[in-house]
Design a protein around this ligand. Structure first.
Ligand code: BGC
Length: 413
């Protein structure tokens, strides 16, 4: 079979028709119900101990945002009228690009990682005054309260030793003490999806779904019967039509058999998926991990790429662009299918308006991604899609930490 016939086949496998999207949405909804009922499900459906904010929350807070690629610390003032001001802000990568340090490998122990976080916090606080801190920790956690969250397991290929099974804000509080920062009190911990939803809901009553489409992927929503936000850990959703490339990527990953949806949609993995397909189709030798989501954005956006990808002929580059387009379009459509699943649970006939708040580099920066997500909803919902607004909640995960700290109040511990 010639390459163009093979490419045609690839198109068939990667394009999901509206009926398939509906089928995936139905399975997603069934897994949501099973997870909530404590029955076997690929969705963890973790309670966040947070309702939606009123918009009146106010005060001066520290927000620590630990997402897996960077750590950000912000000093945020919530004004109590749905508005906020970021007073100070720093960010540092968890793995130094120049190779000086890497806190994400198995060679790093928990205290090393949390001492690094405390060091970042030290750079933002003044010499006096107490601080209440909200911590956005973007990994699956079982919570026992607003400030108690135990890491179930790492995702996004992080391997730091001695953190799984531990209570995260206890590790943080201990590191703050070691650093002489007992004035900084962690008082809330939340997932980044929850932070994104809280930020949107702070000024928009219709916001009831929050999602991250970035290095990792996950969605949370406000469950009306429980009146709390549920972190679904939807990256682990596992009722999807996988290709041999998905299987290969999974087999080579840190935790095979987990995070099926995330490995098909998230920025951490899309470049690798395209690489696996590209080496199958083109006369290329590309080492594992050599294609990033940023490379894909460049390929799709017709911006020159560096390295071995730059040495392709015009016809090969065109093919690579097609492959990158298919993989990212499938990502957007799969995510849209899960949104449809949530919507059909919370409002089956779409009586009310809904805002889906999304943050993350893929949604923000991948050319065409946001448009493809919205278009997939229209394909399935038709006119009713007008009830649904998908919007960027920029830096929502960090602002949400301040809102959660405000909800916790001065006495939470
Ligand atoms: C984590 C989620 C997180 C998502 C986006 C996933 O790998 O399991 O907890 O929300 O990435 O950062």
């Amino acid at each position: 079979m010639g390459n163009s016939a093979r490419l045609q086949q690839l198109k068939v496998v990667f394009s999901l028709a509206p009926a398939q999207l509906q089928q995936i949405a139905d399975r997603f909804q069934a897994d949501m119900s099973a997870g909530l009922a404590g029955e076997p499900s690929s969705l963890k459906m973790l309670p966040s101990y947070l309702a939606k904010p009123t918009g009146n929350e106010q005060g001066h807070f520290l927000a620590l945002d630990f997402g897996g690629t960077n750590v950000r610390v912000q000093l945020i003032d919530l004004s109590g009228d749905g508005q906020w001001v970021v007073r100070r802000k720093i960010a540092a990568p968890l793995a130094d690009p120049a190779g000086l340090y890497d806190y994400t490998t198995a060679a790093t122990v928990a205290s090393g990682l949390f001492d690094f976080l405390a060091g970042q916090i030290a750079a933002v606080v003044d010499d006096h005054g107490d601080y209440r801190l909200g911590h956005t920790f973007s990994f699956p956690c079982r919570q026992h309260g607003l400030n108690q969250a135990v890491l179930l397991h790492w995702t996004k290929e992080i391997k730091t030793t001695g953190v799984e099974g531990q209570e995260i804000n206890a590790l943080l509080a201990a590191a703050l003490l070691r650093r002489g920062l007992s004035r900084v009190k962690p008082c809330a911990i939340l997932n980044d999806t929850v932070g994104t939803l809280l930020t949107a809901a702070y000024g928009d009553l219709s916001a009831d779904i929050g999602s991250i489409c970035g290095t990792g992927h996950n969605t949370c929503y406000f469950e009306p019967t429980l009146k709390i936000v549920i972190n679904m850990e939807s990256g682990n959703f596992a009722a999807l039509p996988v290709t041999k490339y998905d299987q290969q990527l999974d087999a080579d990953s840190e935790k095979p058999g987990t995070q099926q949806l995330e490995k098909m949609v998230a920025g951490r993995y899309l470049g690798e998926l395209v690489r696996l397909i590209a080496v199958d189709y083109l006369p290329l030798t590309l080492p594992p991990g050599s294609v990033s989501a940023e490379d894909l954005a460049a390929i799709i956006g017709d911006i020159p790429v560096k390295g071995p990808l730059a040495r392709l002929t015009a016809a090969e580059s065109e093919m690579l662009q097609e492959i990158a387009g298919l993989v990212t379009a499938r990502s957007a459509r799969l995510v849209a299918a899960t949104f449809l699943g949530v919507l059909s649970r919370i409002d089956p006939v779409l009586e009310s308006p809904h805002t889906i708040a999304v943050d993350g580099s893929l949604y923000e920066k991948m050319p065409g991604y946001a448009g493809m997500l919205a278009a997939a909803l229209v394909e399935v919902l038709g006119d009713k899609a007008a009830k649904v607004t998908i919007k960027l909640s920029k830096d929502g995960s960090g602002i949400g930490a301040a809102i959660a700290a405000a909800v916790a109040g001065p006495t939470a511990g």
